[in-house]
Design a protein around this ligand. Sequence first.
Ligand SMILES: Cc1cc2nc3c(=O)[nH]c(=O)nc-3n(C[C@H](O)[C@H](O)[C@H](O)COP(=O)(O)OP(=O)(O)OC[C@H]3O[C@@H](n4cnc5c(N)ncnc54)[C@H](O)[C@@H]3O)c2cc1C
Length: 823
Amino acid sequence: MSVILTILAAIIASGACAYHRTSLRTWAIATAVTTLVVGLVARAPITTVVLLVILGLVAVPLLLVDFRRARISAPLLKMFAKVTPKLSATEQTALEAGTVGFEGELFSGKPEWSQLLRQPKPELSVEEQAFMDGPVEELCAMIDDWQITHELADLPPNVWDFIKKNKFFGMIIPKRYGGLEFSALAHSAVLQKLSSMSATLSSTVAVPNSLGPAELLLHYGSDEQKDHFLPRLADGRDIPCFALTGPQAGSDATSIPDFGIVTKGMHEGKETLGIRLTFDKRYITLAPIATVVGLAFRMYDPEHLLGEKEDLGITLALLPRETPGLEIGRRHFPLNIPFQNGPIHGKDVFVPLSTLIGGPHMAGQGWRMLVECLSVGRAISLPSNATGGSRMAVAATGAYARMRKQFGLAIARFEGVEEALARIGGYTYATAALSRATAAAVDRGEKPAVPSAIAKYHATEFSRAVASDAMDVHGGKGVILGPKNYAGRAWQGVPIAITVEGANIMTRSLMIFGQGAIRCHPYVLKEMQALTIEDKREQLRVFDRVLFGHIGFGFSNAVRSFVLGLTFASIGEGAGDAYTRRYYRKLNRYSAALALCADVAMGVLGGKLKFKEKLSARLGDVLSYLYIASAMLKQYEDNGRPESDRPMLAWAFHECVWRMQMALDGTIRNFPVRPVAWLLRALVFPFGRREVPPSDRLGRRVAALITAPSEARSRLLNWTYLTPGANNTVGRMNALLPDVIAAEPVERKFIKAMKGGQLHSHDYDGQLAEAERIGAINSAERELLKRVREGVNEFIAVDDFDPSELRSAVTRADRKPTAVKAA
Ligand SMILES: Cc1cc2nc3c(=O)[nH]c(=O)nc-3n(C[C@H](O)[C@H](O)[C@H](O)COP(=O)(O)OP(=O)(O)OC[C@H]3O[C@@H](n4cnc5c(N)ncnc54)[C@H](O)[C@@H]3O)c2cc1C
C-alpha cells in the first residue's frame, strides 16, 4: 500500500506540474520533494529511492542545458531538418500573410479566456448607424427581388444609381478618396441587411468592397493610381472586377496559364514598353459591366527588358474596359441569382507597364498581394451574406410556422417541424456570432487568415442547412417560384457562396487546419523557422529552446486532455458567469485534446498529413467549433449575458461540442498508426464519447423562441430588413405575428363552438358572425380572427402564371446572352 501511495504521489505531483505548465525545474523539484515526503511518511524507502533515481536520470540531462543541446537537441535538429517538408514559395507566402489572434489560444490547449473577454465590444459608430437607418433602409425598400431575378436578370437602373450615388461600392475606401471608410463591422452590417432582401443585391455590393481593385490599390497602388481610381471607384463612376479564375485554374489559382510578355508596342500612338497579354478568364463577378478589370497573369521578360529574371511570376494589372482586344460583356447565369458575372478574354492585348498595380517594381508580387489581402474580404463578405440570409430565414420560417395550420394546429407545434426550427435558430445564432467575431478581428487590425477560412466555410455551410430547413418547413410555398416566394431564390443561391472565395471542400480539407496548425501552433512555425537560421550555434540554441518548449507543451496537453476527460471538464480554469463557466471548461478540454491530436498527427505523419485531407479536415473542424463556440460566448458576454438568449446559446454550444467530439473520434478512429490511435483514445476519451447533441427539450425552447416576438428573437434578427412594405412579405408577416399569437386562444374558443355543433355556416365570415352571436367570441375577437385569417391567406398564397408568361421566361433564359453595356 505504501509503495502504491508513493508512486501515486509522484505521478500526481508530476501530472499537476504538467497540467499547470510549470517550468522543467519546478516540475523536477516538486516531483522530487513530493516523492520524498510521501515516501518517508508512508515508510517506503526503497520505492522512494528508485523513484528519485528515475527522476534524476530524466531530469538532470534535461536541466544541464549544454549537455542537452549537444546530446539531445543537435541530433534531433539533424533529423528534423531531414523529415521536415520544405515549404513551397506559395505556402510560405500564405503563412506569412496573416496574423494570429484568439484562435492561437484555442490551439494552445490552455486558452487564456481573459484575452477574449477583454476585447472591446464591436459597435457601429453614430455615422454608420445613420447609414444603416438611412440609405440601407431606403435601398432595401427599393428592392423587388422577383423583378431582379426573373424579369430583368439584373438590378433595375434606379437601384444601380442609388448604390453608386450613396457610395455602397466605397465602404472600404478612405474618406480622403471620397469613400465611406466604414469599419468592418459596419461593412458586415450593411451586407447582412442587403442580403436579407436580395442575394443579387448583396453579392453586387460585396464584390467591390472585397478583394479586388480597390483593396489592392489601397495597399499597393502608386499615388497616381490611388488618386485616379479610388475616388472613381468610391462613387461608382468606375465599376471594378477582379479576374483570377480561368477554365484551367479554379481552386489551384496559382496555376493560371494566362501570360504577359514584356515587349514594346504602340500605346496612344507612341512606342511604349509594356506587356502583351493573353488570357482566358471565367466566372468573373461584375465583369459584364466593369469599367476597370483587375487581371492576374504570369509575367515573362524573355528579352530582359526589365532585368535579369525571365519568369517574373504572378502579376496584377488594371485594364480599362476600352483596352483594344479586351473581350468583355457576355454573361454567365449563376443559379438564377443574376448578379453580373461573366467571362473575359484577350489575345495579344498590349498594355503599358503603368497598368501594373503599384507599378513595374510590383511585377511578380501578385500572389503575395492577393494572399495578404484575401483574409480581410473573406472574413466579411460571405459570412455576412450568409448571416443576413439566415436571419431572414428565421424571421420568415418562424412566422410562417406559427401561421400555417394543418391538422388543426400551427405547424410549429409538430415535433418534426420543431426540430427544423431549432436548427434554424441555433445555426443562425452561431453564424451571427461567427461573422461578428471575424469582423471584430479585422477592426482590431488583424489579418485573420485562419478565422476567415473558418467563417467562410462554416457560415456558408450553416446557412445551407438553414436554407434547406426553411424550404422544408415552407413546403409547397417554398417550391413555387413567383413574386410571393421569398425563400426559393435564397435556397437556389446557396451553392454560389459554397463555391466562391475558396470552394468549401478545399477550404475545410486543406486550409483551415493546414494553415491553422502551422500558424496557430505555438512552436511548429518557430521550429521550421529555426531551420533557416544560418549561424549554427544560434540555430541550435533556438531549436533547443523551441523543441523543449514543444515537448513540455505536448506532455501538458496529454495530461490536461486526460484529466479534463476523466473529470468531464468539471474542474479547472473557467470564465463567464455561473451559467457559462462549465462551457468554458468544456472548451478547455477540447482545446487540450485538439492540441494533443494535432501534435501527434504532425509528429507521426509529418509531411504526409498534408495529403491526409480527411484527418486534416476533422482536426480543422475541432478548431472551427472551438472558434465558433468562443465567438458565441463573447457575443453573450457583450450583450450583457441576456437570460433570454440562453436556449439558443445552449443549443448551438452543445451542437458545437458534440461535433467537436465526433470530429476527434473520427480522427482517432481513422488514424493510420493503430497503437498511437489507442493511446490517443485513452487520453482523449477515457470514459468514451459522452457528449450528446442538443436535447429535444432544448430544441423546443429554441423553436418557441423564433416563433414568437421577444427580445432574444429581435436580437437574432438584428440587421434584418423587416420594414413591412409592399416589397417585403416577411416584414409584413412579422408585423402580423403578434396578432396571430393573440388570436390563438380565441381560435380555440371558436373551434370549440364549431366542434360543439353551434356554428352552421359554411363560410368563415358566416361562422365568425355566428360565433359572436352565440357569445363564443366578442366583436373585437371576431375582428382579430378576421384580420389574421386575411393576413395568413395572403402569406400562404402562391403565384400562378399564364402559360405564355412562363414561356417568355424560358425563352429569355435560352436566348444567347447578349453583351450588356457598361452601367
Ligand atoms: C458565381 C461565381 C462568382 C465568382 N467570382 C469570381 C471573381 O470575381 N473572380 C475570380 O477570379 N473568380 C471568381 N469565381 C471563381 C471561384 O473562386 C472558383 O469557382 C473557385 O475557386 C473554385 O474553382 P472551380 O469552380 O474551378 O472548382 P474546382 O477547382 O474545379 O474544384 C472542384 C471541387 O474540387 C474541390 N477541390 C479542389 N482542389 C481541392 C483540394 N486540393 N482538396 C480538396 N478539394 C479540392 C473544390 O473544393 C471543389 O469542391 C467565381 C465563381 C463563381 C461560381
